[in-house]
Design a protein around this ligand. Structure first.
Ligand SMILES: *Cc1c(COP(=O)(O)O)cnc(C)c1O
Length: 443
């Protein structure tokens, strides 16, 4: 099996992460439990920042908090010198609660509500990443009312769609996000932004996909973004001082995934901009990237307790755990694949094949299909599912009224709870019982 980050096997044949035996974690915090390898998160942050220092003069690494956010994560990103992408009032509130410097945030979203925009203006987010001309005018009006100016990036679609192993180059990208460069729409939006007096355009943003293993899509996107910047300059005289190339770098989920190291993405983008900007007579913009998954995915392990093992002779064996689609929706949502191991029996031969299912009332509540596990797996064992740090906790639901699991950061032999396990009472805390529905009320 593959060990991520600080994960290892101890003398008892148990999985350890951050030097902590996960059997102890299960005893202390219960299961399901999200375990985050703090050293690996920090290593990933530093890989981006340090390679930028080597390759490019003026940069910003903004962690896409939608991948995994709690106050501890925002604080860690702050310590590592990262900025943050936020996409909702809730992410803004959490970031703020962590004491994160709000001028280092980028507020994204294709349909920001007036309430969220108001909150973002009050707390002073650094940039609004504007997704439409409607938003442009909403911002202008709301900023004018407050006698302020807000800084913005325009989110555009460069017509490059990158997937895991290939990219697709389209004239007009069919997406709910961003303003197409094609047809002059982005140029027109930039013109519009420059006419407004309470909105200050600083540059352009794009995000070409996710779980990307091939840098070619990024290279092409840089060329198209610089072409746009040059066209806007020629038409309006405005020089973009910021260029954000989004996130999307892939990670290893299963055997055969060959992710590109962050250093190579940074080197690739830096070279493309350093070469392409002067060719068009443009000064080097501040280069911004927004990694999410590649910062946290491999750092996460979800720990479950094994329950019912149901063998259907000649068909398959279902191994049920005490979590499932409520804490990891990705397999059900888009057939995401993971690897697992019986965390208290790493020394056993992995010769039993099982399909790991959750305890939710959906036949589609399958976490892993036909995977090898310890031959002697039994109810009460612990099952670790690896690389669950991104888009797991942040996508958790209350389906079947299962509370959201706890999150623990482990590092250097110690564990710190960073999100308490939700209680049943907390889950029902906002429920209200009208008088007429109370026990004993007249019918
Ligand atoms: C989701 C998203 C990211 C992060 O994507 P990853 O694939 O997690 O790196 C960055 N920027 C924007 C605008 C996004 O929507």
């Amino acid at each position: 099996m593959h060990f991520y980050g600080t994960a290892a096997q101890n003398a008892l044949g148990h999985l350890t992460v951050g030097g902590v035996d996960v059997v102890d974690l299960a005893r202390e915090y219960g299961t399901p439990l999200y375990i985050m390898d703090e050293a690996l998160i920090r290593r990933n942050c530093r890989a981006y920042v340090e390679s930028f220092r080597q390759h490019y003069p003026n940069f910003d690494v903004a962690y896409a908090s939608k991948a995994f956010l709690c106050t501890a994560m925002a604080a860690l990103a702050e310590q590592e010198g990262l900025s943050l992408d936020v996409v909702s009032g809730g992410e803004i509130a959490t970031t703020r609660q962590a004491g994160f410097p709000m001028e280092r945030t980028y507020f994204h979203g294709n349909n920001k509500s007036p309430e969220e925009i108001r909150l973002a203006m009050e707390v002073g987010v650094g940039r609004f990443v504007v997704d439409s001309t409607r938003e442009l005018h909403l911002l202008e009006n709301m900023a004018a009312e407050r006698g302020r100016t807000v800084r913005i990036l325009l989110r555009v679609t460069p017509g490059v769609e990158a997937h895991t192993h290939e990219y697709i180059s389209t004239g007009q990208l069919d997406s709910k996000f961003g303003i197409p460069i094609a047809g002059g729409l982005a140029l027109e939006a930039a013109r519009e932004a420059l006419r407004l007096s309470h909105v200050e355009l600083t540059g352009f943003h794009c995000h070409i996909g996710s779980q990307i293993f091939d840098l070619e899509g990024y290279r092409i996107a840089v060329q198209r973004m610089l072409d746009l910047a040059a066209a806007v300059r020629a038409e309006t005289g405005f020089t973009a001082s910021e260029l954000s190339m989004g996130g999307g770098l892939g990670v290893r989920y299963v055997e055969g995934d060959r992710p590109v190291p962050p250093e190579e993405l940074v080197a690739c983008l830096s070279a493309a901009v350093r070469g392409g900007a002067p060719e068009r007579g443009l000064p080097l913009p501040k280069l911004i990237i927004e990694p999410g998954r590649s910062i946290v995915a491999e750092a996460g392990t979800t720990l479950y307790t094994v329950g019912t093992i149901k063998e259907i002779p000649g068909v398959r064996t279902y191994l049920a755990v005490d979590g499932g689609m409520g804490d990891n929706i990705r397999p059900a949502l888009y057939h995401a694949e993971y690897e697992c191991a019986v965390a208290n029996k790493l020394g056993s031969e992995r010769t039993r094949r099982v399909t790991v299912v959750g305890r939710y009332c959906e036949s589609g509540d399958v976490l892993l299909t036909d995977v090898p596990v310890a031959a002697d797996v039994a109810p009460g064992d612990l099952l670790a599912v690896f690389a669950t740090g991104a888009y797991n906790y942040s996508m958790a639901s209350h389906y079947n009224r299962f509370p959201t699991p706890a999150v623990v950061f482990v590092s250097d032999g110690r564990a710190d709870l960073v999100v308490r396990r939700e209680s049943f009472a907390e889950m029902a805390a906002n429920d209200l019982l009208p008088e007429r529905l109370r026990a004993g009320a007249p019918r």
